[in-house]
Design a protein around this ligand. Structure first.
Ligand code: ATP
Ligand code: MG
Length: 365
């Protein structure tokens, strides 16, 4: 990965451009963590970058940066820039391409995200990010109040990096968050969810949740009962969202909504009960069981031992029942199915046609 990145840098520097790896990759590399994508900063303009990497450019959503895909690795190449004016405490509305690396680094969020690597793999640390990295500290580049006023997403990025890396927030950062956190109200729910998902999927998520609570961000983010997350262990992302009462404006897919609804309704039930397992399925019961601190292995075993997993597994057709009772189709069929389904699940009736017919004759003829 690094080899490919350094080759890419050389493509630029051999044409007399300045180019460096910056941001997450260098930070994580120094910490011995693997990254999945690489950010590159250069004084070449997007037009010039596109010309050099004509064959491997992806169509770009982001103005001012070019995405190149080489050997399956995503490279986000961004031109040195100064951000001039911001709108709604979020997006810079005006940027200016510049030629100076240091000036580009000054517009970035945290010192640990400003460490650069050149085409020879040498570290270049103009803003002393490494000191903060060694001290495991999240500190903004320059005045933190201004940084958060410019872009409120940085508040959540600070908590995200602190959580994932197990770092502390600099006291000045904490203080500025308390003064600017109200801005999170106007940050889009999609952005908020993206950052929260990264916090919640970290193995260190409980520390992240504690930090959100300590900073009072749960209120600003409209996450009621966030503290409930601290009560259970190793809960999955959907499990975490299901114990929080988040503002309904948070975006969830249809499938996620369905899961959240089912998990919430099955919490508190016995996840070894055949009917509960049958109705809600293994996944929903496992997540709910996990939230309640139950043994997932036992739930999985109980599910595997269900006699039937769906109505299709019942060894009788509607036509058989109609023939047996010599009746046209009608709502009584559902009633019979509900009944035999329950009898079979609780092992009171064998799932074989002969026994089922006998049962129906005895109870419904
Ligand atoms: P990761 O990719 O691991 O999530 P990252 O630090 O690489 O973390 P990116 O979102 O990929 O984060 O951004 C790349 C770099 O761009 C950051 O390291 C930082 O220097 C800068 N950056 C990103 N978002 C912001 C922002 N909202 N404000 C200021 N600088 C930012
Ligand atoms: Mg990155």
């Amino acid at each position: 990965m690094l080899d490919t990145a350094l080759k890419l840098l050389k493509e630029l520097t051999s044409r007399s451009y300045k180019a460096y790896i910056v941001g997450g990759f260098v930070r994580d590399h120094l910490l011995g963590i693997e990254s999945s994508d690489i950010d590159i900063t250069t004084n070449a303009t997007p037009k010039e970058i596109k010309k050099i990497f004509e064959d491997s450019c992806l169509p770009n959503e982001d103005y001012g940066s070019v995405t190149v895909l080489l050997k399956g690795i995503r490279f986000e190449i961004t031109t040195f820039r100064k951000e001039i004016a911001y709108i709604n405490n979020r997006k810079p509305v005006e940027i200016k391409y510049i030629d100076d690396l240091e000036e580009d680094l000054l517009r970035r969020d945290f010192t640990i995200n400003t460490i650069c690597m050149d085409e020879n793999g040498e570290i270049l640390d103009l803003l002393h990010g490494k000191e903060d990295l060694d001290q495991r500290l999240i500190r903004t580049v320059g005045n933190s109040y201004d940084k958060f006023m410019e872009d409120s997403l940085r508040i959540l990025r600070a908590v995200r990096f602190a959580t994932i890396l197990g770092f502390s927030l600099d006291p000045e950062v904490k203080e500025s968050i308390s003064k600017t956190k109200y801005l999170l109200h106007s940050l889009s729910y999609t952005r908020k969810r993206e950052e929260l998902d990264k916090i919640f999927t970290s193995p260190n998520y409980k520390e992240g949740v504690k930090l959100l609570l300590e900073l009072g961000l749960d209120q600003e983010l409209e996450l009621n009962h966030l503290e409930r997350v601290l009560d259970s262990d190793t809960i999955s992302l959907i499990g975490i969202w299901s114990v929080i009462e988040a503002n309904p404006k948070y975006p969830f897919s249809k499938n996620e909504h369905e899961l959240l609804k089912n998990i919430r309704s099955v919490i508190g039930h016995n996840h070894l009960d055949p009917m509960v397992l049958y109705q809600y399925g293994l996944y929903v019961n496992s997540v709910a069981g996990e939230i309640q601190g139950q043994d997932i292995k036992k739930i999985t075993e109980a599910y595997a031992n269900l006699v039937i997993k769906s109505r299709n597994d019942i060894n009788i057709h509607s036509q058989d029942i109609m023939d047996l009772l010599q009746k046209e189709a009608g709502p009584y069929l559902k009633e019979i199915y509900d009944d035999i389904e329950k009898e079979i699940l609780y092992h009171r009736l064998n799932n074989c046609k002969e026994d089922i017919c006998k049962y129906i004759k005895e109870h419904y003829q």
